[in-house]
Design a protein around this ligand. Structure first.
Ligand code: ADP
Ligand code: MG
Length: 260
């Protein structure tokens, strides 16, 4: 499905992602973990095309995406959460989601040269948009301009727009960062629901190890830009590099010991 081969990027002398080779299969959720600065977001940027690789390739379903623009990669089936700059801030939540659904449908129809159905089914588009807005629990805010949303609601809207794309590969980079404790479960439940669709490949960068343990079928660990571990969650979580980075097991602070 999705494959990176020797994917590498250098910033000056610094190798931020170093020859990462990895396959991601449909029906699996892979968590990507590693300390701050390990290269997780940069790896996503290389896959989605926001950054050009210094070396290596990205393939999706056998198609070489390495030379393609981010939007061409999106059309090929890669789904990365929209940045809010892609929104229409003065349009409502529902209007933004409907435009995203419409753009996706229009693109598919155009490729199938089925021009008639593009504009014929406004009602169906609205219904699809409304269903997505409900899935991300924004139905009470569906009539608000997106510029007025709280940070947590903006993150939910990003996921809604990603769902409107209906991609083959979902890429989530710390999707609950900055969300309150009562907002985060909406997003995590959505990811859990997406996992049920065995045609989809999901990549999740996440710091919270309880979330990773519950959702991931597989964990890969990046460290200084290199892939240093890859395996089943229980195995990987038990590794010293993960224990140190996330649980402080090898280097407990003296204060913590005293407090305990
Ligand atoms: N555009 C850039 N220019 C220079 N250095 C960058 C750029 N993007 C990321 N880096 C560097 O690459 C490394 C990996 O960063 P990042 O991928 O954001 O880590 P993570 O997401 O794992 O916290 C860091 O050292 C960061 O400073
Ligand atoms: Mg990051």
């Amino acid at each position: 499905m999705l494959q990176t081969q020797d994917l590498t990027i250098r910033f000056g002398g610094h190798v931020a992602v170093n020859a990462v080779s990895c396959n991601f299969a449909p029906g699996t959720l892979t968590a990507i973990v590693g300390p701050n600065g390990a290269g997780k977001t940069t790896y996503f940027n290389l896959i989605s095309g926001q950054l050009r690789a210094s070396a290596g390739t990205v393939h999706l379903q056998g198609q070489d995406l390495t030379a393609l623009s981010p939007s061409a990669r999106t059309r090929a089936g890669l789904g990365r959460a929209f940045q809010l700059t892609n929104l229409f801030p003065h349009l409502t939540v529902l209007e933004n989601v409907r435009l995203a659904v419409q753009a996706t449908q229009a693109g598919r129809h155009l490729r199938g040269l089925n021009l008639w159905s593009i504009c014929s089914d406004h009602t169906a588009l609205s219904a699809a948009a409304r269903a997505i807005v409900e899935q991300v629990a924004l139905q009470d805010k569906s009539g608000q301009p997106v510029a007025s949303l709280s940070h947590g609601d903006q993150r939910k809207l990003e996921v809604a727009l990603l769902m409107a794309l209906d991609p083959l590969v979902y890429m989530f980079d710390e999707p609950t960062a900055g969300m309150s404790a009562d907002e985060a479960p909406v997003i995590l439940n959505l990811i859990r629901a997406l996992k049920q669709d065995k045609r989809k490949t999901i990549l999740l960068v996440e710091h919270k190890m309880d979330v990773v343990r519950e959702l991931a079928d597989r964990i890969i660990v990046l460290h200084n830009g290199s892939l240093v571990a890859d395996g089943a969650p229980a195995q990987v979580i038990a590794l010293p590099v993960v224990q140190e980075a996330y649980l402080g097991v090898a280097t407990p602070a003296p204060e913590t010991l005293e407090a305990a």
